[in-house]
Design a protein around this ligand. Structure first.
Ligand SMILES: CC(C)(COP(=O)(O)OP(=O)(O)OC[C@H]1O[C@@H](n2cnc3c(N)ncnc32)[C@H](O)[C@@H]1OP(=O)(O)O)[C@@H](O)C(=O)NCCC(=O)NCCSC(=O)CC(=O)O
Length: 555
């Protein structure tokens, strides 16, 4: 096996970009593209060194540490349990679990036996989960009792394995996960796969339909590792914590897979986000490299400078993704935490592609997402597909032929018009600065970015119209200083209903429990009509324009 090399931070960005060779990235793998296993890359290759792999922090703040040896045994037990229930290479295993050791065991166990992992965010309701099962054909879902009731509402639910705590009763027909893990053998030879075989089945929100499946092949690990080294700049001596949830790409790729691939311990905190618990954990663990979304950072700032003093100067670097990072956050982190915070840009489809790189020395442009990651060439296209120069807004695109780290080849069983003419079009409107860095302008479609989550308006509208009071609904994002955008719904009521605060609250609760707790409309207007094209398509852009004008008029 090869020793894992971490780029020295003295390499310049220009050197790394111009000297990039995919062969060098492949050589960093323990296997090769004909002989690859996700669990071997993340665990087995570091066994025998007695290295720390994971700090799992319970909601109550209790810290349990796991070595790579521990994770190897656990993944083997999990693979044995899964194999015993008929799961094999290429099958899909879903995880609907909080940020606990059982979540890590599910991911690694599935990979050990060559299966495909599908994340399910714990805030999802039954409709979001059911749609993802329909997409993936998952054969097994691993969950806990807090989430189990949602599965009972799904008609085509696969076999369920449940984590039960003391005093909880296992639902009939479920696998008692902890009991079976304890009884299983801690040995299971990893099933080797190829680079194009699937590692994960992700989902991403669309504007005109339900979320689409994003197949992620094993070779995507080349891109994950490169991001950890070049952009996060992860070092052997770092204490790393990415607070993003592994129910999403940012958390699964870069809180679990990426750091473990590099043999560097990661951190999972089971509890919900508060500024206090975040500061507390950074201090207790001695975190040096922190990652998260701008909304989380703005919530830290909202707690005031006094709360920050306990960790001032302790962090070495902070990385931000999910939404554009405001220059004010950069300034505040410099003043009150004495730490550089760099903006990074990526998508579920592509992984991180444009970054201010902590690991590569180059200048940083506050207010810009930075520069193409070595291994990707990005272009900005006009509506005819022509490449644009600086200061001309257009669609951010990835030049497929010149981006050997790009792993996306199209949505699962769906047409992918975003791939055309040799480019993958991200749908984000950006422009090049004269120095070659990329600045975010906005979305070219109706996708909402709220608290770092990408939310499809159609998804929320579909949940709303399931409610008997709703005849029609249109959902948009309206600008918000804390959460980037807030989800706002315009609702035409069914005959016999009238708008009230109580009904609005009932609709919020309905979306939270049916679809997803994070995607509910915080704002609701009851309206008599919606702007539409002659063919009857809702013109969300007109609603958005009117909201922005209203905000401007109100100052
Ligand atoms: C910044 C935050 C920590 C702030 O957390 P908050 O707790 O304030 O709010 P939230 O947005 O998480 O949650 C909104 C509402 O959902 C509820 N909620 C959240 N998680 C829940 C869960 N597991 N179960 C039940 N309810 C839950 C909350 O209580 C809250 O309800 P109420 O409002 O009633 O209190 C978080 O929003 C966050 O982690 N954001 C980053 C998301 C991220 O990782 N983005 C990158 C994804 S990758 C990606 O996106 C790639 C791509 O672009 O394709």
């Amino acid at each position: 096996m090869h020793a894992q090399m971490i780029s020295p931070p003295s390499m310049t960005y220009d050197d790394a970009a111009s000297n990039f060779r995919i062969e060098d990235e492949i050589a960093r793998l323990s296997g090769d593209l004909d002989n690859l296993n996700g669990c071997v890359e993340c665990v087995d290759r570091y066994v025998g060194q007695n290295r720390l792999a994971l700090r799992a922090v319970s909601a109550a703040g209790h810290i349990t540490e796991y070595t790579f040896e521990d994770l190897q045994r656990l993944s083997a037990r999990m693979a044995n349990v899964m194999a015993g229930w008929g799961i094999g290479a290429g099958d899909v295993v879903a995880g609907l679990l909080p940020r606990t050791i059982e979540l890590v065991a599910t991911i690694l166990g599935a990979w050990r036996l060559g299966a495909v992992y599908q994340p399910l965010f714990c805030a999802f309701g039954p409709s979001a989960i059911e749609h993802r099962f329909n997409t993936s054909g998952a054969k097994l879902v691993v969950t806990n009792m807090a989430n189990r009731a949602k599965l009972a509402q799904i008609a085509n639910c696969p076999q369920v394995a449940t984590v039960i705590d003391a005093g909880e009763v296992l639902p009939q027909g479920d696998i008692d996960l902890r009991a079976q893990l304890a009884a299983a053998s801690p040995e299971f030879a990893p099933v080797m796969r190829r680079g194009d075989d699937l590692l994960m089945m992700m989902s991403t929100s669309g504007t005109t339909g339900l979320p689409k499946g994003v197949p992620v092949p094993l070779r995507a690990m080349l891109a994950f590792g490169a991001y950890m080294r070049n952009a996060i700049g992860l070092r052997e001596d770092d204490v790393f914590w990415n607070i993003a949830d592994p129910g999403w790409a940012y958390g699964l790729y870069y809180a679990i897979t990426g750091p473990l691939q590099l043999g560097i311990a990661t951190t999972l905190y089971e509890g919900g986000f508060t500024a206090d618990s975040t500061y507390d954990l950074i201090e207790r663990l001695g975190v040096t490299s922190l990652a998260g979304s701008p909304t989380a950072f703005r919530l830290l700032i909202a707690a005031g400078p006094q709360a920050a003093t306990r960790i001032k100067g302790k962090l070495r670097c902070v990385s931000s993704a999910g939404e554009p990072l405001n220059p004010e956050v950069i300034r505040w982190f410099d003043e009150y935490l004495s730490v550089p915070i760099f903006d990074h840009y990526g998508q579920t489809e592509t992984g991180m592609t444009v970054n201010n790189h902590h690991g590569l020395t180059h200048h940083v442009r506050a207010g810009s997402a930075g520069f193409a990651m070595p291994g990707y060439r990005v272009a900005i296209l006009d509506e005819h597909g022509k490449e644009l120069g600086p200061n001309q807004p257009g669609i951010l695109a990835i030049d497929i032929a010149k981006s050997p780290l790009l792993f996306f080849t199209g949505y699962h069983q769906k047409d992918t018009p975003a791939i055309a003419g040799g480019y993958y079009r991200t749908g984000d409107t950006v422009e090049f600065e004269p120095d070659g860095s990329v600045s975010f302008v906005g979305r070219s479609d109706d996708i909402i970015t709220s608290s770092g989550y990408r939310i499809g308006p159609f998804d929320v509208e579909s949940a709303l119209v399931e409610h008997p009071a709703v005849n029609e609904a249109a959902v948009i994002g309206v600008p918000d200083p804390e959460r980037t955008e807030l989800v706002k719904a315009f609702v035409i009521l069914s005959p016999g209903y009238s708008g009230s605060d109580e009904l609005a609250q009932d609709l919020r609760q309905h979306v939270k429990t049916r679809m997803a707790a994070h995607a509910y409309p915080r704002l609701i207007d009851f309206v008599a009509e919606l702007p539409k094209t002659p063919s009857g398509k809702i013109q969300r852009f007109l609603l958005r324009k009117a909201e922005i004008e209203k905000q401007q008029a109100e100052g």
